[in-house]
Design a protein around this ligand. Structure first.
Ligand code: KIV
Length: 253
């Protein structure tokens, strides 16, 4: 495992992307990415659910197994799905199952409220990545994907969440859709790296859902993403070409 704290101290930016299958994982790994996350965004961009609240541990294990076969260099982190870490005992059990199928670290959503779970996981020597800010597993209670840190009390809660997860043993923390200025304050306040998603440029690293980056989920792209490719259009183009070629009597090669 790379020394991510040292990267922070040296101001070397940390790069992270999601993967849910073998070829994508292998391609990202060959692209020198630092961290590959089997995110529970799997639910939306691969399984066609409306949000991440239906993703099961079985699904996460299945996809983590596939991704693990494609990763040689990057750190492989797997998300713990909703209701797989309701108690510290359940959290460590879930974390061990993900490690057994190839994850090198795990992530769950929550800050100070989940210190007991995080401590139990790190006590079992499983590297842990935290996730605070907008928590997609709580999207239904929250009523949507809302930017975090706009009010003084929200900003203070985020800073104490970040301090709490660092103290509990996290090696890094994802900041999802946090106001850029608050993300900057959090980044200065803690010794572990912050990995931002929609949280501005001052984080120690950045993470994106790969489907958003490469334009593979064209029906929805978060506002903060600038896609680098239009893979969905290429797939449509190739499929139409095949359909036309076949219908006009071609061999379909
Ligand atoms: O599920 C996911 O993909 C994530 C991130 C993008 C941070 O949690």
């Amino acid at each position: 495992m790379k020394d991510f704290r040292l990267m922070k101290q040296r101001s070397e930016k940390i790069t992270a992307l999601t993967a849910y299958d073998y070829p994508t994982a292998r391609l990202l790994d060959e692209s020198d990415i630092d961290i590959i996350l089997v995110g529970d965004s799997l639910g939306m961009v691969v399984l066609g659910y409306q949000d991440t609240t239906r993703v099961t541990l079985e699904e996460m294990l299945h996809h983590t197994r596939a991704v693990a076969r494609g990763v040689k260099h990057a750190l492989l982190v797997a998300d713990m799905p909703i209701h797989s870490y309701d108690t510290p005992e359940q959290a460590v059990e879930t974390a061990k199952k993900l490690v057994d199928v190839g994850a090198q670290a795990v992530k769950l959503e929550g800050g100070a409220s989940h210190v007991a779970q995080i401590e139990e996981i790190t006590r079992a020597s499983i590297p842990f990545m935290a996730h605070i800010g907008m928590l997609p597993q709580s999207v239904r209670e929250e009523g949507g994907y809302r930017i975090k840190g706009r009010t003084q009390s929200e900003a203070e809660a985020l800073i104490s969440d970040a301090r709490a997860v660092e103290k509990a043993g996290a090696f890094s923390v994802v900041l999802e859709i946090v106001l850029a200025d608050i993300a900057k304050q959090i980044t200065k306040a803690i010794g572990i790296p912050t990995i931002g998603i929609g949280s501005g440029e001052h984080c120690d690293g950045q993470i994106l859902v790969t489907h958003d980056l490469i334009g593979l989920f064209p029906w929805f792209t978060p506002k903060f993403v600038s896609p680098e490719a239009r893979v969905a259009e290429e797939i449509r183009r190739a499929a139409r070409a095949f359909v036309e070629r076949t219908r006009s009597g071609g061999a379909g090669r």
